[in-house]
Design a protein around this ligand. Structure first.
Ligand SMILES: [Ca+2]
Ligand SMILES: [Ca+2]
Ligand SMILES: [Ca+2]
Length: 509
């Protein structure tokens, strides 16, 4: 994190104070000798003012440091900084926006003198600001590919690499890509086909890294997040951290007994999930998440999208639906959709045929495959820029071990009676999935006919094989632009890139 410092205005203020004081003293003293002496005093005071400024800044850093480990507000007075003569007073208070704090710091230099100089800095800090990757109906780090006329995205789409469109799929929204946008000779249909809706060679948008899942475990425990079904608590903060918990869990919701979410929870191993969901929250998963069958909300918004893309219409839609069910599944490894064990015949899973050509970390300095930049495809692993997931080891192309559950389904907790294989619990006819899905690796799967996603998919790699047609409806409630708006704020506890972000900085009198 880099604090934004207004260095120029700081210098300007010191100079203005200096000139004013000299003018006043000239009137009083009236001699050049006095001015010379005063110049020396001024230069000392100006040095003191600079030191007081950095002491005030240290107070801000101290407050941010304390906020990292605790959300409690506090006041610290007359705090001295080792090996300096400066002290600061700092106070942290909450604001009307969730997870946003006001910090006020006064630096004094030197600490105990009557002639000490005071400087005041005021900042606003956002804790766990939502990542911008959730602003799209479909966000892929490496390669966005819409191959097929029967693909429709309602909402913006983005890739940090290329974005290929084949046979004129439909995008009602803007298209962004870190590299080229290529329609392969058939224009994209919908507003996304317009030149002013296509944005190539855009700056990379960073994906959060879930390598340190323990951060989210602490959060889940502090917030007392939970998941219950039919009154029984299946996750109390973290599932898989206590003796006797396998870490691998099955969650199946039905209309009378939905999966009931309450805030942030963590499953340390694999999660298999399907059925009805109620409430709001984020499920962090230590390995893979499996969408075994349809997943939908008990209380969905009455329409998946606002009636138009106009900002005020979106605002009103979010306002009206902010308390309806909304959830995120965020997996450290992969999200696998459908019955991956079915690999024969015309109805087979098939996604592995695409997936197995993806995933290598031998991608060079830009972190994106197929760009032929320095270090890409050289057979060497250069961790400083190629360890994309930050696990310290080289990740090769995906293979079956990335897709399969880490233990037999019969060893999972809460597996229904009679289930003896993954195929018994999963399907290849999935046609409706609601929610926000985030993975640091691959989203791979097979859908049934007329597939609808209401939410978003955010993934490094994507291998979705659809049948017939597929529609993505972006859930506007996930958009980071609502994060600064207390009226429309949804605190889902989504993955973040930064822990603490300075959203406002000013020096005050
Ligand atoms: Ca590359
Ligand atoms: Ca390399
Ligand atoms: Ca790695």
């Amino acid at each position: 994190m880099e604090i934004f410092r207004k260095k120029n205005s700081e210098k300007g203020q010191i100079m203005v104070i200096g000139i004013l004081s000299i003018a006043v003293l000239l009137v009083i003293g009236g001699t050049l000798v006095f001015v010379a002496v005063n110049d020396r005093i001024q230069s000392v005071r100006s040095e003191q003012a600079t030191k007081a400024f950095y002491v005030a800044d240290a107070g801000i850093e101290y407050a941010i440091y304390r906020l990292r480990s605790s959300s409690a507000t506090f006041i610290a007075s007359n705090t001295s900084i080792p090996n300096t003569d400066g002290t600061f007073d700092v106070s942290v208070s909450t604001t009307d926006i969730v997870n946003r704090y006001q910090i006020a710091s006064t630096g004094h230099y030197p600490d105990a003198s009557e002639a000490r100089v005071n400087r005041n800095i005021s900042v606003k800090i956002a804790r766990d600001p939502p990542a911008q990757v959730f602003d799209y109906s479909y966000f892929i780090n490496n390669w966005g590919w819409y191959w097929g006329r029967d693909i429709t995205a309602n909402g913006d789409v983005r890739s940090n690499g290329r974005f290929d469109f084949v046979n004129g799929p439909r995008v009602n929204g803007h298209i962004y890509a870190g590299l080229e946008i290529d329609d392969h000779g058939t224009p994209v249909r919908g507003t996304g086909g317009q030149a002013d809706h296509q944005h190539q060679y855009q700056e990379k948008v960073d994906m959060p890294n879930l390598q340190d899942i323990s951060y989210y475990q602490t959060k889940a425990i502090n917030e007392s997040g939970s998941i219950t079904i039919d009154g029984s608590v299946l996750i109390d903060g973290v599932y898989g951290d206590d003796m006797g918990e396998t870490g691998n869990l099955v969650l199946i919701g039905t209309s009378p007994d939905p999966i009931e979410l309450n805030g942030t929870v963590v499953v340390t191993g694999d999660l298999v999930i399907k059925g009805k969901v109620i409430g709001q929250g984020t499920i962090y998963v230590g390995r893979n998440a499996y969408i075994a069958d349809n997943i939908d909300y008990k209380n969905s918004p009455p329409s998946p999208r606002p009636v138009s893309e106009t900002a005020s219409v979106c605002d009103n839609w979010v306002q009206a639906n902010k308390d309806k069910d909304l959830f995120c599944v965020a997996a450290k490894e992969n999200i696998i959709m459908g019955d991956y064990t079915d690999t024969s015949g015309t109805e087979q899973w098939y996604a592995h045929n695409w997936l197995f050509s993806m995933g290598t970390e031998d991608v060079g300095q830009d972190g994106i495959p197929d760009t032929d930049d320095t270090g890409e495809g050289d057979g060497l692993f250069t961790p400083v820029y190629e360890d994309i997931d930050g696990d310290g080891v080289f990740d090769d192309n995906y293979n079956w071990s990335d897709i399969q559950t880490q233990t037999d389904i019969t060893n999972f907790t809460n597996v229904p009676a009679g289930v003896t294989s993954f195929g018994d619990i999963s399907s290849l006819t999935i046609n409706k999935v609601e929610g926000l899905y985030y993975t640091n690796h691959a989203f791979a799967g097979r859908t049934g006919n007329a597939m609808v996603f209401n939410g978003t998919i955010v993934s490094k790699d994507e291998a979705i094989i659809y049948r017939n047609n597929i529609t993505f409806n972006y859930d506007e409630r996930a958009n980071s632009r609502y994060h600064g708006d207390p009226n429309r704020f949804v605190d889902l506890g989504l993955p973040s890139v930064e822990r603490m972000e300075v959203v406002e900085w000013e020096e005050t009198d």
